[in-house]
Design a protein around this ligand. Structure first.
Ligand code: UD1
Ligand code: CA
Length: 456
């Protein structure tokens, strides 16, 4: 007996006014539907969730097909009951079916676990919430003994029923055998002419199936996204939750309202995140790092005690312990920095390895390069890695000193211990332990020269 998770995602999402399917809009850097798939896989890891899709199925499959999921098409959107029916061919009679929604991204594993635990296998469990403003939701009907009697949709409700504040989240767990019996017999005699999934509840009552309800810890868990206002609202809720979790794990966040996490992060103890930090993709930050204001880190790993100063952009890099980066550094994919490397302002690095203790402190571009230990690269040094067609490599040995304003025309190697004089254009390999210079400076001073004076 497995728990089969069915995720309804066939709705059009007209109110998004978007060319993109609604459930692919992003929250915390992940598609709405992706959040639900990940939660489903935590609840039932062995059983791929069944996604009921309608329009633009190819786009959903293209975006999320790498997850272990099954796809069930609902050609016409005839209602939530009709949608669940489309998933039934994947389900065995003795399974339990958990219904989730592709546009309700924040339902938590904890709430679902409580739902499953509170509901015996032959009973129905539902997630309900008390809302001060229940408008738009189906209302839970209970009898004098507080037993659930059914759900009435807002559009079909009487005035008395509309006053009920306990609403239906739409999330249920039910025995598959009942769904298989009941769903084909639903009717659409209601205000919306739809086949309502909610009607299975009153059917269950009629057949004396026990019904249990649980409430989520926070009502945002059951909120759906129908337009971009609701999306932004849930984004802020999600970000605040994430920040709170990090703070409880020992991260100092200067202002939790000014941190955005768009992916999965792992952050050590005694890390400080200053304001306007954006972490995207998979970001790992070691103990004791200090991340300055207005910084963007994507798919990056930082060792312990790294300092990233203000306004730096770091993408696809591995940075070892005690490195100091920025302010205003740009580090691009494929960059690997060893411990104690210093990268200063207006320095761009790309696809380069820089070994322990080396410094590139001012106004430089280092690309497709291998730089040894204890190297100093002077201000304004450029690795000319691109001949207009191909990229070439620059290799710089240990203990090299590169003078300011040097161009290294790749492919080129600067031997260990070499010194390159300022302003050089290095077109062939520079031997180790020698001074190499290319400039022919003709410096003169003219004693009888006068500065031009302003006319009139
Ligand atoms: C539904 C519930 C309502 C509940 C509310 C919670 C029904 C009849 N009503 O109402 O009691 O309070 O959710 O948000 O179930 N979908 C399909 N195929 C369809 C119709 C819908 O996949 O044919 C999907 C939609 O993409 C959406 C979800 O099901 O994700 C809910 O559909 P929607 O029409 O928005 O239901 P509500 O009217 O909000
Ligand atoms: Ca809805």
């Amino acid at each position: 007996m497995a728990i089969q998770v069915v995720i309804l995602a066939a709705g059009q999402g007209r109110r998004m006014y978007s060319n993109q399917p609604k459930v692919l809009h992003r929250l915390g850097g992940k598609a709405l539907l992706e959040h639900v798939i990940l939660t489903a896989l935590k609840i039932s890891p062995e059983t791929p969730p069944i996604i009921v899709y309608g329009h633009q199925g190819e786009r959903l499959q293209e975006a999320l097909g790498h997850y272990s999921v099954r796809w069930a098409e609902q050609q016409d959107q005839l209602g939530t009951g009709h949608a669940v029916l489309q998933a039934m061919p994947f389900v065995a009679d003795d399974d339990r079916v958990l219904i989730l929604y592709g546009d309700v991204p924040l339902i938590s594993e904890q709430t679902l676990t409580r739902l499953i635990q509170a509901t015996p296998p032959d009973a129905i469990g539902m997630v309900t919430v008390h809302l001060k403003q229940p408008t738009g939701y189906g209302r839970i009907l209970r009898d004098a003994m507080e037993r659930v009697m059914g759900i009435v949709e807002e559009k079909d409700a009487s005035e008395v029923e509309r006053a009920i504040t306990e609403i239906n989240s739409g999330i249920y767990i039910l025995p598959a055998v009942h769904l298989k019996n009941w769903l084909p017999n639903l009717n659409n005699q209601n205000a919306q002419l739809e086949y309502y999934l909610t009607d299975v509840i009153s059917r269950g009552v009629k057949e004396k199936v026990a019904i249990y309800t649980v409430q989520p810890r926070q009502f945002e868990e059951i909120l759906g996204v129908n337009d971009r206002v609701q999306l932004a609202h849930l984004e802020r809720f999600y970000q605040h939750q994430y920040a709170e979790k990090l703070m409880r794990q020992g991260v100092t966040i200067c202002d939790p309202h000014r941190l955005d996490i768009r992916g999965d992060v792992e952050i050590g103890r005694d890390v400080t995140l200053d304001v306007n930090v954006i972490l995207e993709g998979r970001v790992v930050i070691g103990h004791g790092c200090v991340i300055g204001p207005n910084t963007f880190l994507r798919n990056t790993t930082l060792g312990v005690n790294v300092e990233i100063k203000a306004n730096s952009i770091i993408d696809g890099a591995e940075i070892a312990a005690e490195a100091i980066i920025g302010p205003f550094a740009r580090i691009r994919p494929g960059t690997v920095l060893a411990s104690k490397v210093h990268i200063g302002n207006f320095v761009e690095l790309k696809n380069s390895q820089i070994d322990e203790g080396s410094k590139v402190n001012h106004l430089s571009y280092v690309g497709d390069s291998e730089v040894g230990k204890r190297v100093n690269i002077g201000a304004g040094t450029i690795t000319c890695n691109y001949d207009g067609v191909n990229k070439h490599k620059t290799v710089i040995g240990d203990d090299v000193q590169i003078g300011s304003d040097t161009q290294l025309i790749a492919p080129v190697t600067v031997g260990a211990g070499a010194t390159i004089a300022a302003g050089s254009t290095i077109i062939k390999d520079a031997p180790p332990h020698q001074l190499t210079l290319t400039q022919h400076i003709d410096q003169r001073s003219m004693a009888d020269w006068e500065r031009p004076k302003k006319q009139g």
